[in-house]
Design a protein around this ligand. Structure first.
Ligand SMILES: Cc1ncc(C[n+]2csc(CCOP(=O)(O)OP(=O)(O)O)c2C)c(N)n1
Ligand SMILES: [Mg+2]
Length: 334
């Protein structure tokens, strides 16, 4: 059994090495992610983006883990981390265009060191392992970090990627967002392992379990894993535990299967508010600053949507251009 790490958020200690500015920057990023996510659900309801994977209350994992990276480190997101590029300065317009199926949402991974969003569950775990191994072979200092869910750990690609990275001592950090659901499949029906972190033992790598709603705990565990990876110590599996407090996506109605009382409980300790309370307690966050960060995030996302909608519609021919050298005749006439 891998025990969960102690929390910083309930006290007033801070992980070593974080300045006051860092602590506020972490908050800014969480607010930006939260604002983007809430706006995206509204945009979906207004018919302005397609089906959308909600990441409400996953911000502590996303902001905390990526804050431990340098810009030359690579991020491999799943659909749940679709807006992770925001922490690297990618525009909201580009990220929203991805959900609008517009080609201006297809970024070049090498421009941002952010891989394409992986929708096939777990398929990017070997990609992260391979990229990290390549970095090691070339003597480069970058590491790779892959985000995936609890359900992804049942996929063959999870096993292949983690085992390969372990054997090659590739500099990669595996971050499992254990929200305890894979759509309607609960984690208890997913695995007989006591924890996701315990699976690390089978690969001979460290497994760490943290509170997924504690941004400082996620940051600290990831920073240690990044340091280990960079210094030749190989991969780490981090399990960030929480309980999914929003639908899987905009096409899902979890009332059919989820524990609604538990959802309410989780919403009551949601991660942005929890970190905000900590920052106020240690005297770092004022009302004025909190309001201005929220306004800044809101205008950035609204401007992103306006920019996305101002772009000309994509040429439908593109669908074929990227799929066929010679489109079949029946499609030509469709
Ligand atoms: C290979 C594959 N199988 C099935 C699906 C359909 N699917 C989409 S999301 C999902 C659940 C994944 O759950 P988890 O890995 O826990 O991630 P979460 O959505 O909870 O973040 C499934 C089965 C898929 N996208 N890819
Ligand atoms: Mg899950």
């Amino acid at each position: 059994m891998v025990a969960i790490r102690a929390s910083h958020l309930d006290g007033d200690s801070v992980p070593a090495g974080l300045t006051e500015q860092d602590l506020l920057e972490l908050y800014r990023r969480m607010v930006l992610l939260r604002t983007y996510d809430e706006r995206a659900v509204v945009y979906h309801r207004q018919g302005r983006i397609g089906t959308y994977a909600i990441f409400w209350n996953h911000e502590a994992i996303q902001a905390g883990a990526t804050f431990a990276l340098d810009d030359d480190d690579w991020i491999f997101p799943s659909y749940r981390e679709s807006a992770i590029g925001l922490v690297r300065g990618m525009s909201a317009a580009m990220l929203l265009q991805w959900w609008r199926g517009h080609p201006s949402g297809w970024w070049s991974p090498a421009d941002w060191n952010v891989a394409s969003i992986s929708v096939p569950v777990g398929s990017h775990v070997p990609h992260a392992a391979g990229l990290a191994w390549g970095k090691k072979l070339r003597g480069e200092r970058g590491v790779a970090l892959a985000f995936f869910g609890d359900g992804a750990t049942s996929e063959g690609s999870f096993h292949e990627g983690v085992n390969f990275a372990a054997v090659m001592e590739a500099p990669v950090v595996f971050v499992c967002n254990n929200n305890q659901w894979a759509i309607s499949t609960p984690v208890q029906a997913q695995t007989r392992a006591e924890t996701i972190a315990a699976k690390a033992a089978g690969y001979g790598i460290p497994g760490v379990r943290v509170d997924g709603l504690d941004v400082l705990a996620v940051y600290e565990a990831t920073r240690e894993a990044v340091e280990r990876a960079r210094s030749g110590g190989g991969p780490t599996l981090i399990e960030a535990l929480h309980y999914r407090a929003a639908p899987h996506g905009t096409a899902d109605d979890p009332r059919a299967y989820i524990d609604l009382a538990r959802v309410e409980e989780e919403r009551g300790r949601e991660c942005v508010g929890r970190y905000e309370a900590f920052l106020r307690r240690v005297g770092l966050l004022t009302d004025e600053l909190a309001v201005s960060m929220r306004q800044e995030a809101e205008s950035l996302v609204r401007a992103g949507m306006a920019e996305a909608e101002a772009e000309p519609a994509a040429d439908p021919e593109l669908l074929f251009a990227h799929a066929y050298v010679d489109p079949p005749a029946n499609m030509r006439h469709a």
